[in-house]
Design a protein around this ligand. Structure first.
Ligand SMILES: Cc1cc2nc3c(=O)[nH]c(=O)nc-3n(C[C@H](O)[C@H](O)[C@H](O)COP(=O)(O)OP(=O)(O)OC[C@H]3O[C@@H](n4cnc5c(N)ncnc54)[C@H](O)[C@@H]3O)c2cc1C
Ligand code: FES
Length: 272
């Protein structure tokens, strides 16, 4: 975090990559040194438009150039989609807690997600790949609405060749070229052969997937303490001052965005 947490650092946009009809990846290089832990987020400013939180999708060990993958939903994300190489944006952060990677060491891990949730999960998977051999087993189960909305599809499919990863993907609705599973990501969890009582599950995706994914993991026998959720609440300050991102007694920006289910399960606004 920079000395003044409200001051954005200028960054040059290096590339804008069209990933899917609604998602673009922005590569940018900050003017000052920055770094992040996987699961932390940056507040990104488009001058004259506004600011919003985005979780880097790039490898945390690469500290001069960062990537965010952005789904176009409103005014700011539309402005991000219109950026061109050479434009200037502002970056504050990193903010939030990130994933407790040291705690995952030696365990069986299931990473599950979909949609725009692949952005933070790609960064997480890079970190886990960098720690290869330090987990008992590593499973990835990913799902998307359809093949054309499958963020990083070629790259994620290529992870299937790795010896240290058990990968299965699915789409809600296939097309003539899709040869893989069809159905919800919850339907491909039954092939995960781990000790549910001690394994760790990490979930990141649209709210409906987070909600029903968590329910299914609990039914499978995962412990509430071992289910890690990345919570995307509306944010403003990003540093625990404004209260916009409140979940019960916690602030998602400061105490999260990564929470165990056990920590937040009793708050009514958890799935809002
Ligand atoms: C910690 C964190 C990390 C995030 N990482 C990413 C990321 O990597 N990629 C990405 O595309 N988006 C990410 N988001 C969501 C992103 O911040 C919002 O999509 C963005 O603020 C929308 O701004 P807008 O002006 O374009 O849309 P607005 O006009 O503000 O909103 C348009 C629509 O999007 C909904 N919306 C706004 N903010 C959020 C939010 N935080 N979560 C869910 N729905 C929202 C609104 O309810 C509305 O329906 C993240 C959010 C958080 C809190
Ligand atoms: S965004 Fe202001 S308290 Fe979390």
């Amino acid at each position: 975090m920079c000395k003044n947490p409200y001051r954005p650092i200028k960054a040059e946009v290096l590339d804008v990559i069209t990933e899917t009809p609604s998602i673009k990846t922005i590569r940018f290089k900050p003017e000052e040194p920055m770094s992040f832990k996987t699961g932390q987020f940056f507040e990104i400013t488009v001058p004259g438009i506004g600011e919003a939180p985005f979780t880097p999708s790039s490898r945390p060990s690469v500290q001069d150039v960062f990537e965010i993958s952005v789904m176009r939903v409103g005014k700011l994300t539309r402005a991000i989609h219109e950026l061109k190489a050479g434009d200037t944006i502002g970056v504050r952060g990193p903010m939030g807690n990130g994933y407790p990677l040291d705690h995952f060491r030696g365990k069986e891990l299931l990473v599950m997600g979909g949609g725009c949730g692949f952005a933070p999960l790609r960064s997480l998977m890079y970190s886990l790949f960098d720690m290869s051999g330090q987990f008992k087993q590593l499973y990835f189960r990913g799902g998307c609405k359809n093949p054309s909305e499958f963020l990083y599809r070629r790259e994620i499919e290529s992870w299937g060749e790795r010896k240290d990863l058990n990968l299965q993907l699915t789409v809600d609705k296939g097309d003539e070229n899709w040869k893989g599973n069809v159905g919800l990501v919850l339907n491909i969890l039954d092939t995960v052969q781990i000790d549910h009582k001690t394994a760790i599950a990490i979930v990141c995706g649209p709210p409906v997937m987070m909600k029903f994914g968590t329910k299914k993991l609990l039914e499978m026998g995962f412990s509430e303490d071992n289910i890690y959720l990345s919570m995307e609440k509306n944010m403003s300050c990003g540093i625990g001052k404004c209260g916009h991102c409140r979940i019960g007694t916690y602030y998602a920006c400061k105490d999260g965005p990564v929470f165990t289910y056990s920590k937040i399960k009793n708050f009514a606004e958890i799935w809002d």
